[in-house]
Ligand binder design. Sequence first.
Ligand SMILES: C[S@@+](CC[C@H](N)C(=O)[O-])C[C@H]1O[C@@H](n2cnc3c(N)ncnc32)[C@H](O)[C@@H]1O
Length: 65
Amino acid sequence: MFRTDVIQKIIDKKKALRYLEIGVNNGDSFFPIEIAQKVGVDPSFAFSQERKLEWASKNPCDRTV
Ligand SMILES: C[S@@+](CC[C@H](N)C(=O)[O-])C[C@H]1O[C@@H](n2cnc3c(N)ncnc32)[C@H](O)[C@@H]1O
């Protein structure tokens, strides 16, 4: 089981609506999480605009700042 699976199970069990990830790096754990509203903060994101846009098309509520 991956770390994202554990996070997703907690979100689903609690019926959580919002997810904040501090320290997103390449987005491997941020992007796959499915939730109504998601925000990621990082002083130095390590993913391309293309990857961000690819995931944004799957989850338009994603925000990375
Ligand atoms: C180990 S990586 C995060 C991995 C990611 N959470 C995951 O599970 O794939 C650490 C990240 O924290 C970021 N970081 C460092 N200091 C930070 C700060 N003060 N606030 C937010 N992010 C920070 C770094 O830029 C780096 O991208």
